[in-house]
Design a protein around this ligand. Structure first.
Ligand code: NAP
Ligand code: MG
Length: 508
């Protein structure tokens, strides 16, 4: 067991694999040999964040959020009903005129302040995200939290330069934005959505996923600490019904959603004909293409990162490996060896590579698809690692002898499961890569620059990584083609989704 985290008010160490139940109102102590000790509280109960304050839900209802690594509850969170959503939207609407009137420079200062506070409280956020989500602390510490802060810094930079971004046009705020996010990157998705909205002069009501609400609620504390005016951002926690109530609210000017393609389609219908702007970031089944001339060992690392990062709970995961036939056997042998070395276990241990599957429901979905892969005749390879006895776990898994018609090659598994297919020519690689209803991302490993450009031109995917995978940056737009959705987040294109452009004459 890791010594990294101990429940400071309890002599018994809180281990991801330990057996004692957590008490609500737990104080956590996060220790690192190099970084000192941090201490933070998880309250017994969290209310909704509306109009700058935490308020009890009119529904009167609360639900538990659990630690996926133990299956035990962390605390209770308010469940927002339609009346609660209405109150939050009213707060965002009331805050809009004041927020719109602020100069870009003033809005930038708030965003900078939020980014700085996030950096100062980074270890607390990393630890909390790991507890609520199940992902390894090394990822929350090095990816989720720093990138969330980066999104606030980056958009602070645009807040007072929107006129430069849209030359000859007058950018005006869209208005009140309803945002719904999934559980796989809870803090990061909130930052992706909130930072450009605020930079553009909009106000927000955001619904976090039911199973991972805690970092959004802590972000609300950061907003209070930063002095963000009341009502500019509101959080309504709850399940899918809360999300439904939000996206259907008549006072929204835009809806931004990240989640499954199925729910995305439902939202598209819900907002149709209402004059509401919409951006959808949905599922994916990315092709990760490896040519025989690639640096093979680096490509193996890239493929491992592509599918096992965040337990494969990644919309842009490289879940379909297309490897050139001539190097298939070598590549699969190396991958199988590398898979054995992935350390699966306590997410709070900084040496852990792969943490817990996020929920019982997600684990059941992964198990169902893996069983389908075996039934359909693909060959299963699984790491022999030992899995903890409590909580939700799945070993790193790979299928060879996969056909394009198999469910494991077509459906998003959203777990640590790689499907390996082969190709002979670049043309065949493109054809197989594009043979999917999704189009979020793709990856190419080859030594030839010209080949990268040739492929990138032909791949129907919003993001194409070359000799790397799963790299993110606030300056780089992210979004899909086809059933992976529309609209971009990040970069100039992402900012465009949070303003409306008027024609006007500029002074001078
Ligand atoms: P999900 O079921 O679509 O849920 C996403 C969010 O929508 C959650 O907050 C959910 O609430 C809420 N919701 C559920 N039904 C709703 C409805 N009818 N109307 C409005 N909101 C509703 O997806 P998930 O299982 O949480 O996340 C996994 C999916 O997200 C994967 O398909 C993945 O590819 C996709 N994803 C895409 C991106 C991207 O950028 N393209 C990024 C991350 C994830 P509950 O939490 O209560 O269910
Ligand atoms: Mg949780």
């Amino acid at each position: 067991m890791s010594k990294e985290t101990e429940k400071s008010n309890d002599a018994a160490a809180a281990s991801a694999t330990g057996s004692h139940a957590l008490q609500f109102g737990t104080a956590w102590q996060y220790e690192s040999a190099t970084e000192g000790t941090d201490h933070f509280e998880i309250a017994e109960r969290y209310d909704l964040f509306v109009d700058g304050e935490f308020v009890a839900p009119q529904s009167g209802e609360y639900f538990a959020t659990i630690n996926p690594a133990t299956g035990e509850p962390l605390c209770e969170v308010a469940s927002a009903n339609a009346a609660d959503v209405d109150r939050a939207v009213a707060a965002a609407k009331a805050a809009l005129p004041g927020w719109k009137r602020k100069s870009g420079d003033e809005r930038a200062r708030y965003l900078f302040r939020i980014a700085r506070i996030l950096q100062e409280r980074a270890r607390e956020f990393a630890c909390l995200e790991t507890l609520d989500n199940g992902k390894p602390i090394a990822e929350t510490r090095d990816v989720d939290v720093p990138l969330a802060a980066q999104h606030f810094f980056y958009h602070a930079g645009w807040a007072d330069k929107l006129d430069l971004l849209f030359p000859g046009r007058v950018p005006v705020p869209v208005g009140v934005i309803g945002q719904v996010i999934p559980w796989n990157f809870p803090l990061l998705m909130a930052a992706w959505k909130i930072a450009p909205a605020l930079a553009g002069g909009n106000t927000v009501v955001l619904k976090p996923a039911e199973t991972s609400p805690l970092t959004a609620l802590r972000l609300a504390e950061v907003f209070q600490q930063a002095g963000l005016p009341a009502g500019v951002v509101n959080f309504v926690t709850g399940d899918g019904a809360t999300g439904q109530a939000l996206v259907r609210h008549p006072d929204l000017d835009k809806v931004a959603f990240t989640g499954s393609t199925e729910v995305g389609k439902d939202i598209q219908q819900a907002v149709a004909g209402r004059g509401v702007d919409l951006t959808l970031e949905l599922g994916g089944k990315a092709a990760h293409i490896v040519f025989e001339d690639a640096a093979i060992d680096q490509a193996v690392e890239g493929v491992v990162r592509g599918i096992f990062f965040n337990q494969g709970h990644v919309c842009c995961a490289g879940s379909r490996l297309l490897v050139q036939e001539s190097v298939h056997d070598l590549f699969v042998r190396k991958l199988a060896r590398r898979m054995e070395r992935i350390r699966v276990g306590n997410p709070l241990d900084k040496n852990t590579d792969m943490g817990a599957i996020h929920s019982a429901a997600q684990l059941a979905r992964i198990e169902e698809l893996v069983a389908a892969g075996v039934d359909e005749g693909a060959t299963l390879h699984q790491s022999s690692c030992e899995l903890p006895g409590q909580g939700f776990w799945f070993a790193p898994t790979m299928f060879t002898n996969v056909a394009l018609s198999h469910r494991i090659a077509r459906e998003e598994i959203f777990g640590p499961v790689l499907s390996v297919l082969t190709f002979r020519t670049p043309e065949e690689a493109v054809e197989k890569a594009n043979n999917t209803s999704y189009g979020l991302s793709a990856g190419i490993w080859t030594d030839k620059g010209a080949r990268i450009l040739w492929l990138a031109d032909r791949l129907r995917a919003g993001v194409v990584w070359n000799n790397t995978f799963n790299r993110f940056d606030a300056a780089s737009p992210f979004g899909g083609f086809k059933e992976s959705g529309f609209g971009r987040e990040g970069g100039r294109a992402g900012m465009r989704a949070y303003v409306r452009l008027q024609d006007g004459l500029s002074a001078g």
